[in-house]
Design a protein. Structure first.
Length: 459
């Protein structure tokens, strides 16, 4: 009597949409893990008795490590299978979550976030490749748009949830929320994602290339991120920049000569791939400048409590979640150039509107400006991601996914650095108010978004 239902269940369990659900829940969890941290940073800063330049390391160390390891783990997925790397990353991420919650000081929290970043790099570098391999090209924009929707839903829930947890319990509670969601994502991934047969299993892993890439990128991002705090002319910043460019030259030389390179440089010969990469970097510089500055505007400058601030901040990811899947599906029909360019232009407008907020701006004005930012990002992201992944051959999907994720996280690091540099410079060197500092940072974000619109139009 139950046989027909069992048969239907088996068909459903084999359906590719279960694969999407597995990756989607993981994206949802990862987004919550990022967005809840942003909203509690001012509270953590006060609790630990440290300034903004110190507490921003909670974000910076996470993004530096993720950015430095993405390419390595993406390549490892191509060589050893994307599922095993993806699932292993989840395990590490979940182990690190309670360590963050139990941290007794800023250095302990930063160290726990570094471990969490190691696992996150394994997850981020392989999830787009898993979806691209298991869905046809005619559904690539749709499924990547739906993945973006799950990410933005996490970003939508995160600020309000983080604010509520902080008000009801403690900022520490925001790190434990990852556990139930993460365990569900881990079970779904282990159960439904098929074990992929690596297409290049016999090729060696380019360990020297991986090491030089990670060291060079981390040095570059660290110098750009901390230049405002340590001084752009300080010996350590100058030394890091020189070392970063020197190591980059060595890396490119290695990749041109080895038989199985860590990064296939021929991918960048395609203008579509290159333009999509640069546009993604610009997008995330703008977005993370907004994400870093707005909690300080709402909580420190305007006096909102964390729960109120979190509720207002949901306007941005909510519009992302609505627009991303629609834009992704539309890009399967009309292509990526128009939608990606339009999205970046709208994002620039939203950042400009945020820069005009002052001490008497209403909650409605704040929410509308954030919604415009979210709309632009949602329209841009799915077509751009689909174009980048589609420009890479099947056996290079792990590398393409890693380039996309590296662009995202590199942009995030640069966004935090840009925001922190302008925030500190306007107040300390020019005697500006906190409103002046935030406005200047958001204007810079709008200019970066305009540059991204130009590169999108050139694809």
């Amino acid at each position: 009597m139950l046989r027909p239902y069992i048969a239907i269940l088996r068909v459903l369990m084999q359906n590719k949409w279960w694969i999407f659900l597995s990756v989607g829940v993981g994206a949802f969890m990862s987004a919550i893990g990022v967005s809840v941290v942003n909203i509690v940073l001012p509270v953590v800063s006060t609790d630990f008795g440290v300034d903004v330049s110190t507490i921003e390391w909670v974000i910076t160390v996470y993004l530096l490590i993720v950015s430095g390891l993405l390419l390595s783990f993406g390549r490892l997925g191509d060589l050893r299978g994307h599922k095993v790397v993806y699932v292993s990353g989840f395990v590490i991420f979940l182990i690190a979550a309670p360590l963050c919650g139990f941290a007794q000081n800023a250095p302990m929290l930063i160290a726990a976030r570094a471990l969490q970043a190691f696992g996150a790099a394994m997850v981020f570098s392989n999830s787009p490749a898993i979806l691209t391999k298991n869905f046809p090209a005619t559904q690539r924009g749709q499924v990547l748009g739906l993945q973006a929707m799950m990410t933005y839903l996490g970003l939508t829930v995160g600020p309000s949830l983080g604010g509520w947890l902080t008000m009801q319990f403690s900022w520490r509670a925001v790190f434990f929320i990852n556990l139930p969601i993460g365990l569900l994502a881990l079970w779904l991934s282990a159960r439904f994602i098929p074990r992929d047969a690596p297409s290049e299993k016999r090729e060696p892993f380019d360990l020297i290339g991986a090491a030089t890439f990670m060291i060079g990128l981390v040095l570059l991002l660290l110098a750009l991120n901390q230049g405002h705090a340590w001084g752009w002319s300080s010996p350590i910043i100058v030394a890091m920049l020189i070392a970063a460019f020197g190591i980059a030259a060595i890396f490119l030389r290695i990749e041109r000569r080895v038989a199985s390179p860590m990064l296939d440089l021929t991918l960048f010969r395609a203008r579509l791939f290159s333009a999509a990469t640069v546009s993604a970097i610009a997008n995330y510089i703008c977005i993370y400048t907004v994400l870093f500055l707005m909690p300080f505007y709402l909580i420190r400058a305007r006096g909102f409590n964390p729960a109120q601030a979190g509720l207002l901040l949901t306007a941005q990811p909510l519009l992302m979640a609505i627009s991303a899947p629609l834009s992704g599906a539309l890009s399967d029909k009309i292509g990526s150039r128009f939608l990606a360019t339009l999205g970046m232009a709208i994002l620039a407008l939203g950042a400009f509107l945020l820069s005009r907020l002052d001490s008497v701006s209403s909650s409605a004005e704040i929410a509308i400006a954030l919604a415009v930012v979210g709309l632009g990002t949602g329209i841009f992201s799915s077509p751009n991601n689909s174009a980048l992944m589609g420009a890479a051959p099947r056996h290079r999907q792990g590398i393409a996914a890693s380039v996309l994720a590296t662009a995202r996280n590199g942009g995030m690091v640069l966004g935090v650095g840009l925001a922190g540099a302008i925030f500190a410079t306007v107040q300390t060197q020019f005697g500006g108010t906190i409103f002046d500092a935030i406005s200047a940072g958001l204007l810079a974000a709008a200019l970066v978004a305009l540059i991204g619109a130009l590169t999108s139009a050139m694809r």
